[in-house]
Design a binder for this molecule. Structure first.
Ligand SMILES: C[S@@+](CC[C@H](N)C(=O)[O-])C[C@H]1O[C@@H](n2cnc3c(N)ncnc32)[C@H](O)[C@@H]1O
Length: 235
Protein backbone atom coordinates (compact mmCIF):
# COMPACT_ATOMS: atom_id res chain seq x y z
CA UNK A 1 0.00 0.00 0.00
CA UNK A 2 1.27 3.50 -0.84
CA UNK A 3 2.10 5.71 2.21
CA UNK A 4 -0.69 8.19 1.38
CA UNK A 5 -3.29 5.41 1.23
CA UNK A 6 -2.04 3.86 4.47
CA UNK A 7 -2.25 7.24 6.27
CA UNK A 8 -5.72 7.93 4.84
CA UNK A 9 -6.95 4.53 6.01
CA UNK A 10 -5.47 4.94 9.47
CA UNK A 11 -6.75 8.47 10.08
CA UNK A 12 -10.15 8.03 8.43
CA UNK A 13 -10.91 5.35 10.99
CA UNK A 14 -10.17 7.60 14.01
CA UNK A 15 -11.30 10.97 12.65
CA UNK A 16 -14.66 11.07 14.43
CA UNK A 17 -13.01 10.39 17.80
CA UNK A 18 -9.52 11.83 17.57
CA UNK A 19 -8.64 14.61 19.99
CA UNK A 20 -9.55 13.14 23.36
CA UNK A 21 -7.82 9.78 22.72
CA UNK A 22 -4.77 11.67 21.36
CA UNK A 23 -4.65 13.65 24.60
CA UNK A 24 -5.04 10.58 26.81
CA UNK A 25 -2.63 8.30 24.93
CA UNK A 26 0.05 11.02 24.87
CA UNK A 27 -0.26 11.18 28.67
CA UNK A 28 -1.74 14.69 28.41
CA UNK A 29 1.14 16.03 26.31
CA UNK A 30 -0.72 16.47 22.98
CA UNK A 31 -2.10 19.99 23.62
CA UNK A 32 0.90 20.97 25.72
CA UNK A 33 3.23 20.26 22.79
CA UNK A 34 1.02 22.28 20.44
CA UNK A 35 1.08 25.17 22.91
CA UNK A 36 4.87 25.00 23.16
CA UNK A 37 5.20 24.94 19.37
CA UNK A 38 3.24 28.17 18.99
CA UNK A 39 4.33 29.94 22.18
CA UNK A 40 6.89 32.29 20.59
CA UNK A 41 5.20 32.71 17.25
CA UNK A 42 4.36 36.34 16.45
CA UNK A 43 2.05 36.70 13.47
CA UNK A 44 1.30 40.00 11.74
CA UNK A 45 -2.39 40.88 11.42
CA UNK A 46 -2.51 39.92 7.74
CA UNK A 47 -0.35 36.78 7.99
CA UNK A 48 -1.01 33.87 5.67
CA UNK A 49 -0.33 30.63 7.52
CA UNK A 50 -0.27 27.04 6.25
CA UNK A 51 -0.90 24.20 8.70
CA UNK A 52 0.00 21.09 6.68
CA UNK A 53 -1.35 17.75 7.98
CA UNK A 54 -3.84 19.78 9.97
CA UNK A 55 -5.87 16.71 10.95
CA UNK A 56 -8.84 17.82 13.06
CA UNK A 57 -7.44 21.37 13.05
CA UNK A 58 -6.07 21.58 16.60
CA UNK A 59 -3.10 23.72 15.54
CA UNK A 60 -4.98 25.59 12.79
CA UNK A 61 -7.65 26.76 15.24
CA UNK A 62 -5.00 28.00 17.67
CA UNK A 63 -3.30 29.81 14.79
CA UNK A 64 -6.56 31.47 13.78
CA UNK A 65 -6.86 32.85 17.31
CA UNK A 66 -3.25 34.12 17.23
CA UNK A 67 -3.48 35.87 13.88
CA UNK A 68 -5.88 38.30 12.26
CA UNK A 69 -4.91 36.82 8.89
CA UNK A 70 -5.95 33.71 7.02
CA UNK A 71 -5.08 30.18 8.09
CA UNK A 72 -5.03 27.34 5.58
CA UNK A 73 -5.41 23.83 6.99
CA UNK A 74 -4.32 21.09 4.56
CA UNK A 75 -4.54 17.32 4.83
CA UNK A 76 -4.92 14.21 2.69
CA UNK A 77 -7.63 12.65 4.86
CA UNK A 78 -11.08 14.06 4.13
CA UNK A 79 -12.79 12.82 7.33
CA UNK A 80 -10.12 14.63 9.39
CA UNK A 81 -10.75 17.83 7.42
CA UNK A 82 -14.50 17.49 7.96
CA UNK A 83 -13.90 17.32 11.72
CA UNK A 84 -11.62 20.37 11.50
CA UNK A 85 -14.30 22.37 9.66
CA UNK A 86 -17.03 21.37 12.11
CA UNK A 87 -14.79 22.30 15.02
CA UNK A 88 -14.03 25.73 13.54
CA UNK A 89 -17.74 26.27 12.87
CA UNK A 90 -18.64 25.35 16.47
CA UNK A 91 -16.12 27.94 17.69
CA UNK A 92 -17.51 30.56 15.30
CA UNK A 93 -14.18 31.06 13.47
CA UNK A 94 -14.78 29.12 10.26
CA UNK A 95 -14.53 32.41 8.28
CA UNK A 96 -10.92 32.78 9.45
CA UNK A 97 -9.86 29.40 8.09
CA UNK A 98 -9.76 27.60 4.78
CA UNK A 99 -9.32 23.88 4.38
CA UNK A 100 -7.88 22.03 1.43
CA UNK A 101 -7.48 18.34 0.66
CA UNK A 102 -3.99 17.79 -0.72
CA UNK A 103 -0.70 16.04 -0.07
CA UNK A 104 2.35 17.69 1.49
CA UNK A 105 4.31 16.04 -1.29
CA UNK A 106 2.64 18.23 -3.92
CA UNK A 107 1.43 21.44 -2.29
CA UNK A 108 -0.99 23.16 -4.69
CA UNK A 109 0.29 26.72 -4.13
CA UNK A 110 2.80 28.91 -5.93
CA UNK A 111 6.17 29.73 -4.40
CA UNK A 112 6.56 31.98 -1.34
CA UNK A 113 2.85 32.59 -0.67
CA UNK A 114 2.81 31.84 3.07
CA UNK A 115 4.36 33.85 5.92
CA UNK A 116 4.45 30.79 8.19
CA UNK A 117 4.34 27.05 7.46
CA UNK A 118 3.68 24.51 10.19
CA UNK A 119 3.49 20.73 10.11
CA UNK A 120 2.93 18.39 13.02
CA UNK A 121 3.23 14.58 12.92
CA UNK A 122 3.62 14.55 9.13
CA UNK A 123 6.98 13.26 7.96
CA UNK A 124 6.53 9.66 9.17
CA UNK A 125 3.72 9.31 6.60
CA UNK A 126 5.39 10.61 3.45
CA UNK A 127 7.37 8.54 0.96
CA UNK A 128 10.09 11.12 0.29
CA UNK A 129 11.08 13.17 3.34
CA UNK A 130 13.60 15.54 1.68
CA UNK A 131 11.33 16.43 -1.23
CA UNK A 132 8.40 17.01 1.19
CA UNK A 133 10.42 19.40 3.38
CA UNK A 134 11.65 21.16 0.22
CA UNK A 135 8.08 21.41 -1.04
CA UNK A 136 6.88 22.95 2.23
CA UNK A 137 9.82 25.38 2.22
CA UNK A 138 8.99 26.33 -1.37
CA UNK A 139 5.61 27.84 -0.47
CA UNK A 140 7.11 29.83 2.45
CA UNK A 141 8.33 33.35 1.68
CA UNK A 142 11.97 34.26 2.43
CA UNK A 143 12.01 35.66 5.98
CA UNK A 144 9.06 33.46 6.96
CA UNK A 145 9.18 30.86 9.70
CA UNK A 146 8.68 27.11 9.40
CA UNK A 147 7.88 25.05 12.50
CA UNK A 148 7.37 21.35 13.07
CA UNK A 149 6.58 18.91 15.83
CA UNK A 150 6.74 15.13 15.98
CA UNK A 151 7.35 12.30 18.37
CA UNK A 152 10.98 11.32 18.94
CA UNK A 153 12.90 8.49 20.56
CA UNK A 154 14.27 9.50 23.99
CA UNK A 155 17.88 8.97 25.06
CA UNK A 156 19.16 5.79 26.79
CA UNK A 157 18.07 6.75 30.34
CA UNK A 158 14.41 7.09 29.41
CA UNK A 159 14.34 4.65 26.48
CA UNK A 160 13.39 1.47 28.44
CA UNK A 161 10.35 3.20 29.91
CA UNK A 162 9.39 4.74 26.57
CA UNK A 163 9.79 1.35 24.86
CA UNK A 164 7.58 -0.32 27.46
CA UNK A 165 4.94 2.38 27.04
CA UNK A 166 4.92 2.41 23.23
CA UNK A 167 5.24 -1.38 22.73
CA UNK A 168 2.90 -2.65 25.41
CA UNK A 169 0.78 -0.05 27.17
CA UNK A 170 -0.10 2.06 24.11
CA UNK A 171 -1.64 -0.81 22.09
CA UNK A 172 -3.58 -1.99 25.16
CA UNK A 173 -4.79 1.51 26.00
CA UNK A 174 -5.73 2.00 22.33
CA UNK A 175 -7.69 -1.26 22.38
CA UNK A 176 -9.61 -0.02 25.41
CA UNK A 177 -10.79 2.97 23.34
CA UNK A 178 -11.73 1.27 20.04
CA UNK A 179 -10.42 -1.22 17.44
CA UNK A 180 -9.33 1.72 15.28
CA UNK A 181 -7.30 3.19 18.13
CA UNK A 182 -5.81 -0.23 18.81
CA UNK A 183 -4.43 -0.12 15.24
CA UNK A 184 -2.98 3.33 15.89
CA UNK A 185 -1.59 2.29 19.27
CA UNK A 186 0.05 -0.79 17.77
CA UNK A 187 1.50 1.09 14.83
CA UNK A 188 2.83 4.21 16.52
CA UNK A 189 5.88 2.99 18.50
CA UNK A 190 7.28 1.10 15.49
CA UNK A 191 6.61 4.04 13.19
CA UNK A 192 8.43 6.47 15.52
CA UNK A 193 11.42 4.13 15.93
CA UNK A 194 11.74 3.45 12.20
CA UNK A 195 11.51 7.11 11.30
CA UNK A 196 13.94 8.17 14.00
CA UNK A 197 16.49 5.56 12.88
CA UNK A 198 16.49 7.09 9.40
CA UNK A 199 15.94 10.71 10.45
CA UNK A 200 17.50 11.43 13.84
CA UNK A 201 17.42 15.03 15.06
CA UNK A 202 20.82 16.04 13.59
CA UNK A 203 20.04 14.61 10.13
CA UNK A 204 16.66 16.33 10.08
CA UNK A 205 18.29 19.63 11.05
CA UNK A 206 20.80 19.15 8.23
CA UNK A 207 17.92 18.66 5.81
CA UNK A 208 16.29 21.88 7.02
CA UNK A 209 19.60 23.72 6.49
CA UNK A 210 19.79 22.31 2.94
CA UNK A 211 16.26 23.56 2.32
CA UNK A 212 17.13 27.19 3.20
CA UNK A 213 17.02 27.31 7.02
CA UNK A 214 20.68 27.80 8.07
CA UNK A 215 19.73 28.84 11.62
CA UNK A 216 17.38 25.91 12.29
CA UNK A 217 16.84 25.22 15.98
CA UNK A 218 15.30 22.32 17.83
CA UNK A 219 14.17 21.36 21.28
CA UNK A 220 13.20 18.04 22.84
CA UNK A 221 10.15 17.98 25.09
CA UNK A 222 8.81 15.56 27.71
CA UNK A 223 12.03 13.66 28.46
CA UNK A 224 12.88 13.52 24.75
CA UNK A 225 9.55 12.04 23.61
CA UNK A 226 8.82 14.95 21.27
CA UNK A 227 10.91 17.09 18.95
CA UNK A 228 10.10 20.67 17.97
CA UNK A 229 12.07 22.21 15.12
CA UNK A 230 11.85 25.73 13.73
CA UNK A 231 13.77 28.07 11.46
CA UNK A 232 13.60 31.19 9.31
CA UNK A 233 13.92 30.77 5.55
CA UNK A 234 16.70 32.83 4.04
CA UNK A 235 16.53 32.01 0.34
C1 LIG B 1 -1.24 12.29 13.74
S1 LIG B 1 -2.26 13.25 12.69
C2 LIG B 1 -1.84 14.86 13.29
C3 LIG B 1 -2.88 15.91 13.02
C4 LIG B 1 -2.50 17.30 13.49
N1 LIG B 1 -1.32 17.78 12.81
C5 LIG B 1 -2.31 17.34 14.99
O1 LIG B 1 -1.23 17.76 15.45
O2 LIG B 1 -3.25 17.00 15.69
C6 LIG B 1 -1.38 13.16 11.16
C7 LIG B 1 -2.12 13.80 9.99
O3 LIG B 1 -1.24 13.80 8.87
C8 LIG B 1 -2.05 13.63 7.72
N2 LIG B 1 -1.18 13.23 6.60
C9 LIG B 1 -0.52 12.06 6.46
N3 LIG B 1 0.18 12.06 5.31
C10 LIG B 1 -0.05 13.27 4.72
C11 LIG B 1 0.40 13.86 3.51
N4 LIG B 1 1.19 13.23 2.66
N5 LIG B 1 -0.01 15.12 3.23
C12 LIG B 1 -0.84 15.79 4.08
N6 LIG B 1 -1.30 15.26 5.23
C13 LIG B 1 -0.91 14.01 5.55
C14 LIG B 1 -3.05 12.59 8.15
O4 LIG B 1 -4.15 12.54 7.31
C15 LIG B 1 -3.37 13.06 9.56
O5 LIG B 1 -4.48 13.91 9.58
Amino acid sequence: MQPNEAARGLFSSVASNYDRPAEILSLLQYSRWHRYLLADLRLPGDARVLDMATGTGAVALKLAKLSGGQVMGADITRPMLIQAKERAARKGILHRLEFIECSAEAVPFTDSVFDTVIFTYLLRYVSDVPSTVRELARVLRPGGTMLSLDFAVPGPMVYPLWRLYTSLILPLAGAAISPAWMRVGSFLGKSIRRFYDRWPENRLAELWRDCGFPGVQSRRLSLGGALVMWGVKVT
